[in-house]
Each structure stands twice: as C-alpha cells, then as structure tokens.
Write a protein that binds this ligand. Sequence first.
Ligand SMILES: *[C@@H]1O[C@H](CO)[C@@H](O)[C@H](O)[C@H]1NC(C)=O
Ligand SMILES: *[C@@H]1O[C@H](CO)[C@@H](O)[C@H](O)[C@H]1NC(C)=O
Ligand SMILES: *[C@@H]1O[C@H](CO)[C@@H](O)[C@H](O)[C@H]1NC(C)=O
Ligand SMILES: *[C@@H]1O[C@H](CO)[C@@H](O)[C@H](O)[C@H]1NC(C)=O
Length: 415
Amino acid sequence: MVFSKRSSTSSLHLLLQLLVLTASVAAEDGCSGGKEKLTIVTYNTGLTASVPGFETRRLAVPSAIAETAREIDADVLCFQELWHEKDLQRVIQNLERNFPYHYSAIHSKVGVLRDDHTDQVSRLKKNASRRVAEYRDGTLWARDSEFGGNCSDEADQVMCTLTFCGHVMLGLSDTCRACVTLTATDLQTVVAECADYTTSVNRYNLPGLLVVSKRPLQAEYVSFTPDGGRALIERGFIYAEVNGAPVIVCTHFTVDITGELGFPYIEAGLPYTSYEEQQRAEILTLDTEFSGTEHVLLGDLNTGPASDGVGERNLTGEVPVNYALLESMGYQNLFLETDGRCTHCFSTNTIIQTQLEGKQGIDKAIDHVLTKGIDRVNNSAQRLFDEAGRGALSDHYGVRLDICVPDSRQIRQDL
Ligand SMILES: *[C@@H]1O[C@H](CO)[C@@H](O)[C@H](O)[C@H]1NC(C)=O
Ligand SMILES: *[C@@H]1O[C@H](CO)[C@@H](O)[C@H](O)[C@H]1NC(C)=O
Ligand SMILES: *[C@@H]1O[C@H](CO)[C@@H](O)[C@H](O)[C@H]1NC(C)=O
Ligand SMILES: *[C@@H]1O[C@H](CO)[C@@H](O)[C@H](O)[C@H]1NC(C)=O
C-alpha cells in the first residue's frame, strides 16, 4: 500500500521540482535555489512508568516540547514512547496551535483521533481486566505448571512472567501485553496504568509513535508484524509525506535487552532467536519499502556505532552490526559526523543514573535522524532536550536535522 501511494505521486513530484527550479527565492535560512529549510526532530520521551520520574515528567514533557519546537522553528517532529493516550493528548494539545497536523496509530486520519473509546473500555473489561487481576493476584503463573515453581518471589514476578511466560502474555490483547511489558515496575502500577477505567482517555498508543507537523501531512501506520507474528511489544513505523519534503519514516526499533540489561531473548510469538535478528528484520522491511526513495529515517533506532572519543563522545556500540547494515544501505548521519555525542547518556543523564541505582552505565548514540539520497548542502544537526539544570526530561536526548527542500510556498504559487 505504501508503494502504490508513492509511485502514483512521483511524477507529480518531478513536475513540482521542475516548476520550482525556475524560481529564485532569497536564502534567509541557509537554503537557496528555490529551496527552504525543513527542520526535522526525533525525541524519545520515555513516558512509561519503568523510566524514573514518570509522574513528574509526564506533566513537564508536553510544555517543554512545545517550547523547544517554537524556539527552533521545527517543521516535523517524530516522537517515541508516547504510549499512554493521556500523554499523547497532552503533547498534541500543547503543540496544536502551531502544529495542526498530527498522526499516530490511534488516529483515524491526520489531525483526528479514532472515536472508539467505548469499544476500548469494553474490550479492556472483557479480556484484559480478568487477566490483569490474575496477574496482580499471582494466579496467572502460579496456576501454570510449566513455570509455577520458578516465580515464587513476588518482587520478581513481573520479570519472571516476561521471561518464562511468553505464551501467557500472548493471551493478552496486543495493547495490554505491551503495556504490561513496558510498565514492568510493580504490580499496582501495572494495574493502574494498563487497566485504568476511571477515564475514557486510556488507550494504549502501540507502538508509541506520534508524528506532528506544521505543514500538511499525509500519513499511514505500518506494523512490522502485520500478520501472524506476535511480539510482546509490537513495533512499526509511520510513513509520512510532508508538503514539498521528502518522505519521512518515523520509527522505534526493537531494543536488545540481552546486552547491557542481561535478559534472555523472551519473545515467544516471533520467528527469531535474538533481538539482533528481530531488529535486522525491521531494517530489511524498511529497505524493501524505501530503498529507491529519497527519505529521512528517524527515531530511537536502538542501534548505534562505537566511537573512541572522550567524554560524551566515548560511545559504546549498540547492536553495532545493525548500524553498519544501515550505513551499508546508504544512510547518512550528519549529527554523528558533526557532533558525535551520545543520545542515551549515562554520564550526563540523571534519569539513567537513577535507573541504574549506582551501577556503572555507558554512553550510546541510538537516536538518529538519518537521510538517504537527500541533498546535504547546508544541512545542520543539533542535540536537543539536553539542557543541564532543567533536569532531564527523558532517558533519551533528542536530535534535530535541518535540510533544504523545494520551497512549498513557491509550489503553491506555481500551481
Ligand atoms: C548555502 O548557504 C550559503 C550561505 O547562507 C548560501 O550562500 C548558499 O546559496 C547555500 N547553498 C544552497 C545550495 O542552499
Ligand atoms: C523452573 O525451575 C526448574 C527447577 O529449577 C527447572 O528445571 C525448570 O527448567 C524451570 N522452568 C523454566 C521454564 O525455566
Ligand atoms: C477478547 O475476547 C474475545 C472472546 O474471547 C475474543 O474474540 C477477542 O478477540 C478478544 N479481544 C482481544 C483484543 O484480544
Ligand atoms: C569509554 O567508555 C568505556 C565504557 O564505559 C570505558 O571503559 C572507557 O574507559 C572509556 N574510555 C575513555 C577514553 O574514557
């Protein structure tokens, strides 16, 4: 479906580009020759209960985002880990005046959330509440002879469930399953966050993505596990076309929890044997869809290269073989070339330090705005949401990339 949309519009794009080639526009923003600046941002907000400071951060993040978006005159923003509808709505409300175009997996179309709150509540009640109650009482796994004797310590029950009970988790709805997995702190929080009947604004925005734009947007969500494959946390991407800009692919790749975190591979419903392999399949899906298209690929890609710089430029590789794969496909990373600092930084981020409870952590660059086939003249990149003193807002920092694209005002005039 993504393909047909793209090929049917490509000749129109060419025509538009030819039209604007003849126009000369003043280069106030570092772009010239009928081009204007497009500022693209990725930010993983980490708005889930297992990331420290959640209740405080979920109130601070939406306004901080709006403030930064205004300061840097952003055009398109790709957010990850906006799981809870409540948080998604706050971000949209804070941005909507200047960024009226938004899209997520719980939108019915650009700018409009789906109107199925009632369904959601009844769906939760019918299926998940019994499961979550069982989960809370410990009967969910105690009953199952396969793992019953292995999960006696209540403190370990959440992780124990995830590790040994993949097949039980697959009995939950996809949203409930992801919510339980990502809220894996204590059982009370799991119930409060994943089965909240006190409000109808309680949907789970699987897979946590939101695209927001100042300019008109066409957008579509595509899952990496469309049929059959069932992940603990479904992953996918939002494919967007912004007026006069290249294609934007906003995503959040699978995370490897076997490395630094030391867990085993716990997926029970997918045909892979490691997170590296699972993430590689996601990358190959994008390559199949977009290899012939100029585009921007951005998000928390959960993969990044090692680097032996000093301080925040001393990077530990994260699934580095998959980052090398992206490079071999022709993706370019201006932020790493020109700045090179981490985006998930133990050394400077107090949230990660809190999370590790005194243990030594590492610095990684895993949040990226990659370009493929895009003219790089006068592009620039910057790290965002990393101000010392304001207090970290997320366990991730954001990244901004400015590129030069055909002038959309000029296009409209020519038409
Ligand atoms: C790049 O920026 C310089 C300085 O603003 C400008 O003179 C030049 O035309 C720009 N080049 C392009 C291709 O936009
Ligand atoms: C549970 O513990 C028993 C005894 O230690 C072990 O034999 C069994 O493999 C464990 N079950 C699982 C699912 O790991
Ligand atoms: C809820 O349960 C019903 C009946 O068991 C089932 O048909 C439906 O697919 C379930 N819904 C979800 C979201 O799992
Ligand atoms: C870089 O980071 C690694 C892992 O934290 C550490 O062992 C190493 O000493 C650091 N190197 C420098 C030059 O700081």
